[in-house]
Design a binder for this molecule. Structure first.
Ligand code: S3P
Length: 181
């Protein structure tokens, strides 16, 4: 099976949903943010503070290249990963990309207590989220599938992804049968 790649804005449920998918499908979960922290040896907030966002993005691209070599995995890709065209292309080569979205209010509610999202440590997080979402819209729109998670539970989101992957597998099998018949 191709990798299942979860991307989309902070607070849309990627981490929780990727854990559910890995458990239910019995697949390996690769989290790009965790790999960055492991590689650099400090939390993301410290990387941003001490080394700057450009350095974070550099390591993020290296980790994206590494996970894209895998197959049959569930990849949790932080909200900024596919803003970079090379990252997008790499992930797309070996995976099906699902973009999770949510309303600004839901994102605000889900992220307001988090400490590992330096980009949202702004005086007016609501405006910051709105601004970033607008900037990123065209990149997120390139995902294969988009799921609005505003009113869905993580289990329901996982159900939809599993259903979609099953449909893709079915189509692929059908296509193969057709070609070899
Ligand atoms: C970021 C999202 C974060 C993390 C970093 C930057 C972004 O990951 O990679 O704070 O640019 O959207 P999550 O989307 O998993 O919160």
């Amino acid at each position: 099976m191709k990798n299942i790649v979860l991307t989309g804005f902070m607070g849309t449920g990627k981490t929780e949903v990727s854990k559910i998918l890995a458990k239910r499908l019995k697949k390996q979960r690769l989290c790009i943010d965790d790999m960055i922290e492991w590689k650099v040896g400090k939390p993301i907030s410290e990387i941003f503070k001490q080394d700057g966002e450009a350095y974070f993005r550099k390591i993020e691209s290296e980790m994206t290249a590494a996970v894209s070599k895998d197959k049959d995995a569930i990849i949790d890709a932080g909200g900024g990963v596919i803003i970079n065209e090379n990252n997008y292309r790499r992930l797309k080569e070996t995976g099906v990309i699902f973009c999770l979205t949510a309303s600004v209010d839901a994102i605000l509610e889900r992220t307001k207590r988090s400490t590992h999202r330096p980009l949202l440590n702004a005086p007016d997080p609501h405006s910051k989220i709105t601004e970033l979402l607008q900037q990123r819209q065209k990149f997120y729109a390139k995902a294969d599938y988009t799921i609005d998670t505003t009113t869905l539970t993580p289990d329901e989101i996982a159900d939809r992804i599993i259903e979609q992957m099953a449909l893709l597998e079915e189509n692929e099998q059908h296509h193969k049968t057709f070609i070899t018949a």
